[in-house]
Design a protein around this ligand. Structure first.
Ligand SMILES: [Zn+2]
Length: 120
């Protein structure tokens, strides 16, 4: 991969990471603000299910943050954009659509087919 592409992805992933982290901070603030407000048990119940939703969302964000950090690590060690299955280059257009991917499109679809077969 060319240096300018690496720079592009480093920039992109860094921004993405910052955005998720910023969003996460707001969510935490919202949650602690809301805790004080609900005196009515019914309100509190619906608030608690909101909170569960928020936590699920945070869980997804946490996973994404981990993936982005790993992708940035691969940019640093020079393995970014290389399929971890077959060692071929992952196409730039695929990386642009999904920069955190570690598989080329062929290996990804093979993996999905195998997952389908493993389903009961
Ligand atoms: Zn591959």
């Amino acid at each position: 991969m060319e240096q300018k592409d690496l720079d592009f992805f480093r920039e992109y992933l860094t921004q993405e990471l910052e955005e998720i982290q910023k969003k996460g901070e707001h969510t935490l603030e919202d949650m602690s603000n809301q805790n004080a407000v609900y005196a009515d048990p019914a309100d509190r119940a619906s608030h608690e299910s909101d909170q569960a939703f928020t936590l699920r969302l945070r869980d997804r964000d946490r996973k994404l943050i981990k993936k982005i950090r790993e992708a940035l690590g691969r940019i640093e060690d020079g393995t970014f954009g290389i399929c971890e299955e077959c060692g071929e280059d992952i196409s730039i257009s695929r990386l642009k659509a999904r920069p955190v991917t570690t598989l080329c499109i062929e290996c990804k679809s093979k993996q999905e087919e195998e997952e389908q077969l493993l389903k009961p």
